[in-house]
Design a protein around this ligand. Structure first.
Ligand SMILES: [Zn+2]
Length: 296
């Protein structure tokens, strides 16, 4: 019994950081798409078309497969966690490359960058985001590599705006910070990271409801944020993770979510999602829009 409990405790404490849930990633992508010119949308679609999973993304698409592919590509780096064609590097035997996909690692450490005690760093999020942006901007990068890099870029730019993906404590970005959530009867105990990841809404959010939610986020933040740079996005998230992301109230056993904390965190999450959407749109416009190509 004891060993089962120990194993269970270990499992609970090593659950990986996933980043915004699927709703969060699709919302950021939906907002980004609205910021892009038709030419940038067209070029992005051309690139996604050569991705091996394009057909899967667009299987149920209506009259705008390019947009659907863009939304679905935003969750691809999470989707491959359950995909047997991919492997956990360092823990599993490598899975073989397949047509259009030279890299079959899941790269779970690309989704976050924690830093605490001013020294200890864990995770690759900032380095990879910088590398992928450079790779996409370089016109000499082979198309298959660009098609691989694009879903990662769409995804990671959203993740770096999730405060707990830029953790500031020795608790795995809140994955090891257990909380009580009296507002969720089915899941009254969870960890803070998971709670934040789910703030964007139900993970199955798609179609007209997703469009309305994206419109509402934009309406709540009509003024585009300063574009800044990777260093600024990381700094903003780290400050939020340090100053406002943790509940101060105590429940019966653990730190507890209060109505006030939930409302404040939801406002922060909404602001971060809209900000990420604006910034992703601008970044892709700069990479794929008319001006960038004319000056190449
Ligand atoms: Zn992620």
């Amino acid at each position: 019994m004891k060993s089962i409990l120990t194993a269970l405790a270990l499992l609970l404490t090593t659950l990986p950081a996933w980043g915004w849930n699927a709703a969060g990633h699709r919302l950021v992508a939906a907002i980004a798409w609205r910021q892009m010119s038709p030419i940038a949308q067209h070029r992005v679609t051309d690139l996604l078309q050569i991705h091996p999973d394009y057909r899967k993304w667009t299987a149920k698409a209506g009259d705008n497969p390019g947009y659907t592919a863009f939304l679905e590509a935003s969750t691809w780096p999470d989707d491959i966690r359950k995909d047997r064609r991919f492997h956990d590097e360092g823990r599993e035997a490598p899975t073989p490359p397949f047509p259009g996909m030279a890299d079959t690692a899941r790269h779970k450490d690309w989704h976050y960058v924690d830093q605490f005690s001013n020294k200890v760093r864990d995770g690759e999020l900032d380095h990879q985001l910088e590398r992928l942006t450079r790779l996409l901007r370089n016109p000499g990068t082979p198309p298959a590599e660009r098609a691989y890099a694009l879903p990662w870029l769409i995804h990671l730019l959203a993740d770096i705006h999730q405060p707990l993906h830029v953790g500031s404590r020795d608790d795995g970005g809140g994955n090891r910070f257990e909380i009580e959530n009296p507002f969720n009867r089915r899941l009254p105990f969870t960890n803070l990271h998971t709670w934040w990841d789910d703030l964007p809404g139900p993970p199955w959010l798609r179609g007209p409801r997703l469009e309305r939610a994206a419109d509402a986020l934009l309406a709540s933040q009509p003024k585009p944020p300063r574009q800044g740079s990777l260093a600024l996005w990381e700094k903003e998230s780290r400050e939020l993770s340090r100053e406002t992301a943790y509940p101060a109230a105590t429940g019966s056993l653990l730190p507890a979510i209060t109505a006030d904390f939930a409302a404040r965190s939801q406002a922060v999450a909404n602001q971060r999602l809209a900000t990420a959407g604006y910034r992703l749109g601008r970044l892709l416009e700069g990479t794929f829009g008319q001006v960038s190509r004319e000056t190449e």
